[in-house]
Design a protein around this ligand. Structure first.
Ligand code: IMP
Length: 427
């Protein structure tokens, strides 16, 4: 009953889509357990690029069960657009299963996301404006609308009426915005409900049965460790728990069912949105990485902030997620740099910090402790065996593994499926 979790160890955009896609090929079931359409996974198959937001990456393979579990916030418009897009490309989507307990994103969630961000001014979080925070707020406040409610027209009509009345008061009185029209939203969501209903089921039970049958399950993380609501750089985080522990709450699978946790590490660091970023490079090297790595958001198109690899944060991620293996991505993006730096610890006011500080004030003031290493300055994108990588490239990833205390499992040298060096088979 192998159950593998793939999570991001940094601030998202580690190239998880590629690793997840590689493992999806071997899995029977692929599960999204947290987040929503704020995620953007780019997967390249036979030179063709697919951008996925809510659909699990397993959808690109025939015969896989693809689960959108209860911990996800489901934007019906977004998932239906993706589904129709896949169908138009001849991809079979019949394996999709959506949890009846997932919460539904409504138009007022997206509007409130936008207005709350604007009201924060300089203190804005830099959200994706997909309504993620406001939807999880309703879930925690116990007024959310779940998929089971959406597909029951009577229950949905009642819950929507109550919610829209309250949200319209907030929208008009606090933000001076236009209210939403109940009848319009009701009709639109009733139509979505009809289209989604065939996919809806109790996915926790489905997964329990898969575990019992000994099927191979892959839990596909969205966002990443430092965007985790509890453990990330709060408040510059998302509103869910992307860490490995989020699998248990987000999919209804007990922690003992998880056999392997793979942490995806991009060979350098990036971050979108606001928040502290100790190794950020506001110089030509940062621009070089952004250009060479096409570091622009899949969901929002925003330029990503780029910096040196921060092995200290990855070590913290290893602790939080009980990482078994590291999957290094985008190593080829560093091909041209003459020398590289890895942050191995933080200093604050001249003192070595043992922990990652909770205080954002302190985190913004930390001084990274760097180790400088020579680059390899050659094209590694065609290399398929670990031992064929240039010595300096091997030294770089091995030093990361040493600082983090977790062995290497996968090294990726390009976006294609074949550009993957497998050191350890996860299934
Ligand atoms: P939200 O999830 O839209 O509320 O955004 C909260 C923070 O998480 C912002 O800094 C976003 O840029 C960031 N974020 C959310 N999803 C992703 C992702 O998939 N990759 C990278 N950053 C993300």
């Amino acid at each position: 009953m192998p159950a593998v979790v793939v999570i991001g160890t940094q601030w998202g955009d580690e190239g998880k889509g590629k690793i997840v896609d590689n493992l999806a090929e071997q899995a029977d079931v692929v599960v999204r357990y947290s987040g929503g359409s704020n995620a953007g996974h780019t997967v390249v198959v036979d030179g063709k690029e697919y951008k996925l937001h809510l659909l699990p990456s397993g959808i690109l393979y025939k015969g896989k069960t693809c689960v959108v579990a209860n911990g996800v916030v489901l934007d019906p418009e977004s998932i239906l657009k993706e589904l129709r897009g896949m169908e138009a490309q001849g991809i079979d989507v019949s394996g999709l299963r959506i949890s009846d307990r997932a919460h539904v994103v409504l138009p007022y969630h997206k509007k409130l996301d936008e207005l709350q961000e604007a009201a924060l001014g300089d203190a804005k979080i830099g959200t994706t404006n997909k309504g993620i925070g406001p939807c999880y707020m309703d879930k925690a406040a116990r007024v959310g609308i779940r998929v089971a409610d959406l597909i029951d027209p009577e229950v949905f009509a009642q819950k929507l009426a109550r919610n829209i009345a309250e949200k319209n008061k907030i929208l008009t009185a606090i933000y001076g915005a236009e209210p939403f029209d109940y009848a319009t939203v009701l009709a639109q969501y009733n139509e979505y409900a009809k289209q989604l209903a065939p996919y809806v089921t109790d996915t926790a039970t489905l997964l329990h049965q898969s575990v019992a049958k000994g099927e191979k399950i892959m839990f596909e993380g969205a966002q990443a460790t430092f965007l985790d609501l509890d453990h990330g750089t709060y408040p510059y985080v998302t509103s869910s728990n992307p860490i490995a522990g989020g699998v248990s709450t987000g999919a209804g699978v007990g922690p003992k069912a998880i056999t392997t946790v793979v942490g995806v590490v991009k060979a350098y660091s990036t971050r979108v949105g606001e928040g502290p970023f100790a190794t950020e490079l506001l110089n030509e090297t940062g621009d070089h990485i952004r250009q060479r790595g096409h570091e622009y958001g899949t969901t929002t198109g925003r330029p990503r902030r780029c910096g040196w690899l921060d092995a200290r944060v990855v070590r913290y991620a290893a602790m939080l997620n009980s990482l078994d293996y590291l999957a290094i991505t985008r190593l080829d993006i560093l091909d041209e740099l003459p020398s590289l730096k890895i942050c191995v610890g933080y200093r604050h006011n001249g003192r070595l910090l043992e922990e990652i500080p909770a205080s954002l004030k302190v985190l913004a003031e930390v001084e990274p402790i760097y180790e400088e290493m020579p680059g390899w300055q050659q094209d590694i994108s065609g290399i398929r065996k670990y031992e064929d990588l240039p010595l300096n490239a091997r030294r770089y990833v091995e030093r990361l593994s040493e600082v983090v205390g977790v062995p290497l499992g996968i090294v990726s040298v390009g976006p294609g499926r074949e550009q993957t060096i497998i050191l350890k088979k996860m299934f």
